[in-house]
Design a protein around this ligand. Sequence first.
Ligand SMILES: [Zn+2]
Length: 91
Amino acid sequence: MMKQICQSCGMPLIQKGIDLRGSERGNTKSEKYCSYCYGNGAFLQPTMTKEQMIKRGIEGIQRSKSNKLVKWIFVKSYPVQLNQLERWRNQ
Ligand SMILES: [Zn+2]
């Protein structure tokens, strides 16, 4: 069954009706990872650390159009959310 959010960065795999899933080998859609993290069956940045992902995620949140309070909540909760994702869970 498809996960609702990318198990690497936490982004929704379907956003506003747009399919952002990455690809497996053979070009089927990944059920776990988005196209920013994953393609052709592998992570695009395989050596990325959790800290680097947190930095990237927070930058994305800061660039978004949400209001300040929503951004603050996302920034605070992002590292916690990452710990629950498959890529980072056991680190
Ligand atoms: Zn992702």
